[in-house]
Design a protein. Structure first.
Length: 238
């Protein structure tokens, strides 16, 4: 997205866009972090977080959504939809005795459980593992070790043209924000490292209520999948 929204060929225009990003974040009310294991390892991600918290004096609304969570919801929704559709078809299409219908429904549930549960468990364990490792990852954060796409490709595009370095411009902004008059560049970056280590962990864990999936979110994700099927019951109760 950064490559699509910020020109990569014009060095001066690119510099203006990077340095002016804080102005857009200042007008934003909420920063939504699509958090993954590689989030803190990308210069652009931590730069945008720093710009938002600075523009809002640390009081901005920051929400963290682990990217694994939508996958978990999708898997569970697909599993629950398949179970309900099979039960509906079996119950309404087959002219069999009631005990046989019940047996077929339970067999269908068991079959889909054997297919879907391992995949859902994998996604859920990955989400929980990422939350558990968050504190350890951020406690050793160093912006100098964060990756930047332009540096990864040697500042040369696929067409062989030179690409201006994002890292230098981002470091310049971080030095202006977090450094003091007597500080050199590295001292300013160390101050920024401390901010990320102390604030970013708290923002993500505050959203989730700890380093495990909150019970409320888990309940919503599990029981909301059956809600659409309740609409067929409404006419019978009126």
């Amino acid at each position: 997205m950064d490559k699509l929204t910020i020109p990569q060929e014009d060095e001066k225009l690119k510099e203006q866009c990077i340095l002016g990003l804080a102005g857009f974040l200042q007008r934003s009310e909420t920063l939504v972090i699509l958090w993954s294991e590689s989030y803190i390892g990308r210069v652009w991600c931590v730069y945008e977080f720093a710009a938002f918290t600075r523009m809002h004096s640390g009081k901005g609304n920051v929400q963290a959504v682990p990217v694994t969570f939508p996958l978990l919801l999708l898997l569970h929704a697909a599993w629950w939809l398949a179970v309900n559709l099979v039960i509906y078809v079996v119950w309404n299409s087959l002219d069999l005795a009631l005990p046989i219908l019940i047996l077929l429904c339970w067999c269908s549930i068991g079959l889909f459980f054997l297919i879907g549960f391992p995949v859902q468990s994998w996604a859920g364990r990955r989400l929980t593992r990422n939350l558990h490792s968050l504190t350890a990852q951020l406690s050793h954060f160093d912006v100098n070790e964060a990756k930047c796409s332009c540096c990864s490709c040697g500042h040369v595009s696929s067409e062989g043209e030179e690409i201006p370095c994002d890292r230098e411009l981002i470091y310049q902004s971080l030095q202006d924000w977090y450094g003091k008059d007597s500080d050199d560049l590295q001292a300013g970056l160390e101050r920024f490292n401390a901010v990320v280590r102390n604030k970013l962990t708290g923002q993500i864990l505050q959203t989730w209520g700890g380093n495990a999936v909150p019970v409320k979110i888990f309940t919503y994700s599990v029981f909301s999948m059956h809600t659409p099927f309740l609409i067929t019951r409404i006419p019978a109760t009126l």
